[in-house]
Design a protein around this ligand. Structure first.
Ligand code: SF4
Length: 500
């Protein structure tokens, strides 16, 4: 996962870009909670601040004023390559012979080892253990004089998932891999009087040349800063944003769209829009499909909060069974799935959910969630509800079973971590302790989306990987921390980092 954000303001507005970037990133906090950072440029030089922790802690009001510049990129991290250490936080930064660049990356590369070999035959020393660090080094060291030309030369060699925000001294650049695995949208800051005076009047005209421009992983990042959605950055496209100029589009590869369908099922915020669809509505329709595919006679339908709520609402609507909330979520703990270790995941479940005994006691429950990955979370939830007095617990999942690992930016890299890859549905039901268990089918997902299969990646459900995954890319989250050769001593100096 990871959230990326970029902003370009007219020249001279050096006090605002970092603030807007921090605000925009704040709307993407759900995409990564391990670290956060901002890189800015005032047209002459780059400055970077990053640290481990939540966005509000890292990018607080004492630090933002010192990050001066009218160009900024920002990043929050969820690790899929490399450990959760300061060096691996993003944006990355590298001063090469031709340019200084900073990068924020959402995705995961699948040919990291091959790229490492391309860095001066593996002799380049990296300050962090992430694929983004490799990409940053390749870009900074590329001999082409211009950053966009350098990207056009480097990107065809890079395989896997990458939605990038790139910063050099003079511009912010948005990039999406040819498959568009991860989302990235372009937005335009409107005339200031349209944002309740939050920004001074007269900064932006109605023409594009005077506008401010935004890049964001999700449309929620546009909403929070008052920007209008313009369009998606297309798969295989580079979008160049410079102060005082309209956005420029450069295509570096043909588009082969395969947006991660899990973004729509679970990961992205329900108030975001993807493929022209509001994700709350998409998830509500998935719940309706689920009710059609797996009906069950119960007294109440309830969600596993918060992400199961839209599908539970749809299930209740279609089935006619009353909707009630029977689990209260502590909003101040991280999302269970994106904690980096199994130990933390275990602690996370019990820290964040508490049953409402008055609602649950004596009731037959249909409990709707959006996924079962390892099964441990669902098992604990069923146990919580039974302990609170539930008469029956029927689990319904608004996604198909996850049989295969993801190599494009989700940290489920080992098949044996996925309960569905080693257990039948009946065995999973038994493991989680439910009275019954039902998953939404791929056909049901497509009916809810009302879009064709070939627009999406469904690989973790059906094993049909859009981009081939080399054998040595499998199960290698810590690849760059193993076998440190002569050119890869880790960690080294502070000042660079991560990936997403
Ligand atoms: S494998 Fe699954 S999680 Fe990964 S990009 Fe494809 S659909 Fe998304």
């Amino acid at each position: 996962m990871c959230g990326v954000f970029g902003v370009v303001l007219p020249s001279g507005r050096d006090s605002e870009a970092a603030q807007i970037a921090a605000l925009g990133l704040f709307a993407l906090q759900h995409r990564g909670q391990e670290s956060a950072g901002i890189a800015v440029s005032d047209g002459r030089e780059l400055m970077l601040y990053k640290d481990l922790g939540m966005i509000a802690t890292v990018l607080d009001e004492r630090r933002l004023p010192s990050l001066r510049g009218n160009l900024a990129i920002a990043h929050c991290r969820y690790s899929t390559t490399g450990s959760t250490v300061w060096e691996n936080a993003q944006p990355t930064f590298r001063l090469g012979p031709r340019r200084a660049v900073a990068i924020g990356h959402n995705g995961n590369l699948v040919n990291t080892r091959e790229l490492l070999g391309q860095l001066r035959g593996g002799r380049t020393r990296l300050p962090a253990s992430t694929d983004t660090e490799l990409l940053t080094a390749l870009l900074a060291d590329e001999p082409a004089a211009d950053t966009v030309d350098a990207l056009v030369r480097v990107l065809p060699r890079v395989h896997g998932a990458y939605s990038l925000v790139v910063l050099d001294e003079r511009r912010v650049i948005g990039v999406r891999d040819p498959f568009g695995f991860r989302p990235l949208v372009l937005g335009r800051l409107p005339a200031p009087d349209a944002v309740d005076g939050a920004l001074e009047p007269g900064l932006w005209g109605d023409d594009d040349a005077g506008a401010g421009w935004i890049l964001s992983s999700e449309t929620t990042g546009l909403d929070i800063v008052g920007a209008e959605f313009v369009r998606d950055v297309e798969p295989g496209e580079i979008v160049v944003l410079e102060p005082g100029r309209a956005p420029r589009s450069v295509r570096f590869a043909d588009a082969k769209p395969a947006l991660c369908v899990f973004e729509l099922i679970y990961f992205a915020r329900p108030d975001s829009y993807m493929e022209g669809r509001n994700l709350y509505e998409v998830r509500r329709r998935m719940g309706m499909q689920l009710a059609d595919e797996h009906p069950v006679a119960t007294d109440l339908v309830m969600p596993v909060p918060d992400t199961g709520a839209p599908a539970a609402a749809g299930y209740a609507e279609r089935s006619g069974i009353p909707y009630r909330e029977g689990l209260v979520r502590n909003r101040y703990t991280g999302r269970t799935f994106i904690q980096p270790s199994q130990t933390l995941r275990h602690r996370g479940v019990t820290m964040k959910l508490n049953p409402l005994r008055e609602v649950v006691r004596g009731q037959r429950l249909t409990v709707v969630d959006d996924s079962i990955v390892r099964g441990t979370t669902t098992k604990q939830i069923v146990a919580l509800l039974r302990k609170a007095g539930a008469a029956e617990v029927h689990v319904r999942i608004s996604a198909p079973p996850i049989y295969h690992p993801c190599f494009y930016g989700i940290d489920t890299q080992i098949e044996t971590e996925l309960i569905a890859s080693t257990h039948s549905t009946e065995e999973i039901r038994e493991f989680i302790g439910a009275d019954s268990l039902g998953y939404l089918s791929i056909a049901g997902v497509l009916t809810a989306l009302d879009l064709p299969y070939d627009r999406f990646c469904f690989a973790c459900f059906d094993g049909n990987y859009p981009e081939p995954v080399p054998y040595d890319a499998r199960s290698r989250k810590f690849m760059l921390e193993e076998e440190p050769g002569p050119g890869l001593a880790l960690p080294i100096a502070p000042g660079s980092g991560g990936r997403g």
